[in-house]
Design a protein around this ligand. Structure first.
Ligand SMILES: Nc1nc2c(ncn2[C@@H]2O[C@@H]3COP(=O)(O)O[C@H]4[C@@H](O)[C@H](n5cnc6c(=O)[nH]c(N)nc65)O[C@@H]4COP(=O)(O)O[C@H]3[C@H]2O)c(=O)[nH]1
Length: 704
């Protein structure tokens, strides 16, 4: 180096050396003659100390140095660039990964030295190996994943794992370069898919979608795709897909959905149909009627709603059993369906009640034709092995538009007409008329009033005395129910008992009667009056639905009235329900010690056998025979026959409705045991009866 001031060139050369980001070394005769700060820094030497060191300090060993020298010498000797990546030694013994380039200053004279340019490539090497590792890992993931993995770029398949090919039935590599459209069922389907996810993918959303894709062989397969656009993809739109075959799950889901739909269909059927006959129930009928009404309104047509009720079905059910009853209802259903058109609706409302909706009726007379058909088809006996039954039924008819314009009104009116048909005898039908409506209104008012009557103590008992015709002694009294209505005054039982029976209210009312009679009987006994036989009327409904046995036992126990002072009056028709259960119940009641009388005897289907079977004590001869006893020879003959038959069976007789002394005399002469009627006394409230008891311990039957 020249001691004089440095030239411009030297200054520039120095500046380059000082600031270069690569290390620059000059070696001459294997010694570091010069180095820039970066080279010293690279090898961890202070710049001044590195200068003058043998170049071999930068290598791990002499042989390492010799090895490099050997590789470099012939190139350098030829004046060419020697370039190599090599691990070199830092001052502290650690390694630095260098990229080195060397060039002789003067190829003709190696003694002029060599320039070395050194770059630390450790960082780059580390990144490269990391990248390699990552690639290997990625490869391992791709190759071993149990899900399909796919990379697409602008819709073209760039790369996918073997599992993806496998799921779609492609050979390795076969998919590459294809459009993703190949695994969609059609171009339209692919487009549809694109529409479903395209904008979301572009917005960076993670897509989770289930789609039916196509295998190589054309078969379809359900996939779940998780997809996302890769963020670093730059201009290219690379998307990664993780896809799995969910066909099995879909199949199970499908089966479940089918099972569910089937269940719903069944539930729907049950909700709208009657389980026994499969006929539409009330809900479906209502629905159909509403549609039919709208149609009939538009087309100016008539509709008819028929309420059809089988007579005596309850009796058939009780005697032949419910299973037989069910078969009968099914047979009835089939026959009725045979009489109707497809556009009509037959519906079962439960029990033995059917409703028929007749549509498209040109005029009202068309209904008569259908009624005729129904009557004809129901005439032949029903065969229920081993029984053959001939059924009768009652039909009530309400017509649209005359009788009503909605379901409830038409049904209510058809129902009223059906009850009227029932009253007028078997196998009959009745069309609704307005009188029935008024009666039904009265019926409803009575029904709600009765409930209140029982709660608010508006019911009372009147007592009508009964006398022994031979001794003239007062032997008993019949308790008769009265309703002291707050506005209407005293209401007779003939008006409200049928309502109480039909609504079931007769059960609590009947229980109240029994308790009240027992309590009153005990009061008279305690007051010192001679024991009287007190008769109460029982309704058939109390036998079927009530808790009669318990009610009686409780009333007798609570009051302390001796059971033999209580007489139960049953109607003949009640005994006709000659079932085991009924017989059993009556026998249990009798075992308690109470007496049994048959009311209105002679008006029903008298049979000697059931009088014995039910252990009857007394027959009450109906007042219709007694009233005309003196004028009508037939009635006289009947009364005589009843008295004789009773005597032969050892039963007592009591004549009801004795209104005159002449009748009283006549029945006494015929041998009747007891009598009751206006001739002796009218039914009277308990207080009046107490007075009566005090005044008349004994009345001569013929004295008025
Ligand atoms: N024309 C005329 N009638 C006479 C004469 N003597 C008595 N009567 C009436 O004849 C009916 C006799 O009662 P029933 O045949 O058991 O007929 C009773 C009975 O079936 C029923 N009934 C009354 N109270 C009860 C009750 O507590 N429970 C039940 N289930 N039914 C009752 O109501 C029916 C009518 O009772 P009532 O109106 O009190 O009518 C009573 C009585 O007042 C007479 O000389 N001439």
């Amino acid at each position: 180096m020249n001691a004089s001031a440095p030239s411009q060139l030297e200054l520039e050369y120095q500046a380059i050396l000082q600031n270069a980001w690569v290390g620059i070394l000059l070696t001459r005769r294997r010694v570091v003659e010069h180095c820039n700060p970066r080279a010293a820094e690279l090898f961890g030497w202070p710049q001044g100390e590195l200068i003058g060191q043998p170049a071999s300090v930068l290598y791990f060993s002499e042989s390492d140095y010799a090895d490099m020298g050997q590789q470099a010498s012939h190139l350098l000797g030829a004046g060419q660039l020697f370039e190599q990546e090599r691990l070199m030694r830092k001052r502290d013994g650690s390694a630095v990964h260098c990229h080195l380039r060397a060039k002789p200053i003067n190829p003709a004279n190696s003694a002029d030295g060599t320039i070395w340019i050194l770059e630390d490539i450790g960082e780059r090497k580390r990144s490269e190996s990391q990248l390699r590792r990552l690639l290997l890992q990625q490869q391992a993931i791709l190759e071993n994943a149990s899900v399909g993995i796919l990379f697409t770029c602008d819709g073209l398949i760039q790369h996918c794992n073997p599992r993806f090919e496998d799921l779609l039935g492609y050979a390795p590599g076969e998919l590459l370069g294809n459009s993703a459209e190949v695994f969609f069922s059609s171009p339209d389907d692919y487009q549809h898919f694109g529409l479903a996810i395209g904008s979301r993918l572009a917005a960076g959303e993670r897509i989770d979608i289930e789609w039916r894709n196509r295998r190589r062989d054309g078969s379809l397969v359900w996939f779940r795709h998780l997809a996302r656009a890769l963020p670093q993809a730059g201009e290219e739109k690379i998307t990664i897909w993780i896809s799995d075959d969910i066909s099995q799950r879909k199949a199970v889901e499908h089966e479940l959905a089918n099972a569910h739909a089937e269940l719903e269909r069944r539930a729907h059927f049950l909700a709208y149909h009657d389980a026994l006959t499969g006929l539409p129930n009330r809900l479906l009928l209502q629905d159909r009627l509403q549609l039919a009404l709208a149609h009939a309104e538009r087309e100016h047509q008539h509709l008819a709603l028929l309420c059809l009720d089988l007579d005596n079905f309850k009796h058939i059910n009780d005697t032949l059993g419910h299973a037989t009853g069910d078969v009968l209802l099914q047979q009835v259903t089939q026959r009725l369906l045979g009489c109707l058109r497809d556009t009509d609706t037959l519906s079962r409302q439960g029990g033995d009640e059917f409703i028929v909706l007749l549509t498209h009726l040109g005029d009202q007379h068309a209904t008569l034709a259908v009624l005729g058909k129904i009557t004809a088809c129901m005439q032949a006996p029903f065969v229920l092995d081993p029984h053959e039954l001939v059924l009768s039924f009652s039909i009530g008819v309400a017509l649209f538009p005359n009788d009503g314009r909605d379901f409830d009104t038409l049904l209510r009116k058809a129902d009223m007409a059906m009850y009227r048909a029932k009253e007028s005898g078997r196998n009959s039908h009745h069309f609704f008329n307005e009188d029935m409506g008024q009666q039904a209104g009265e019926h409803l008012r009575l029904r709600s009033g009765l409930r209140r009557a029982l709660e608010q103590g508006e019911l009372q008992l009147h007592y009508q005395p009964q006398f022994d015709l031979r001794s003239g002694a007062l032997v008993g009294a019949e308790a008769l129910l009265r309703w002291q209505h707050p506005e209407q005054g005293l209401i007779a039982p003939a008006r409200f008992i049928p309502v109480a029976e039909e609504s079931g209210l007769i059960v609590p009312i009947g229980a109240w009667v029994i308790e009240e009679v027992c309590r009153q009987g005990r009061t008279w006994l305690d007051a010192g009056h001679p024991p009287l036989l007190l008769a109460v009327n029982l309704s058939a409904v109390q036998f079927k639905r009530g808790d009669l046995e318990d009610t009686l036992r409780r009333a007798l126990q609570h009051s302390g009235l001796p059971a033999h002072q209580l007489e139960l009056e049953l109607t003949e028709s009640l005994l006709l329900h000659n079932t085991h259960a009924m017989l059993d119940l009556v026998r249990r009641l009798k075992r308690m010690g109470v007496k049994l009388a048959i009311d209105d005897f002679g008006t029903g289907y008298s049979s000697l056998s059931y009088l014995k079977r039910f252990e009857v004590d007394k027959l009450k001869i109906d007042q219709t025979f007694v009233r005309d006893l003196l004028t009508d020879p037939d009635d006289a003959a009947i009364v005589r026959a009843i008295i004789q038959m009773a005597a032969s069976l050892g039963l007592r007789t009591v004549a009801e409705g004795v209104e005159t002394a002449a009748v009283a005399e006549r029945i006494a002469a015929l041998g009747c045991d007891e009598a009751q009627g206006y001739h002796y006394a009218r039914p009277m409230p308990a207080a009046a009866f107490t007075d009566f008891l005090q005044r008349t311990a004994k009345i001569r039957p013929n004295s008025s």
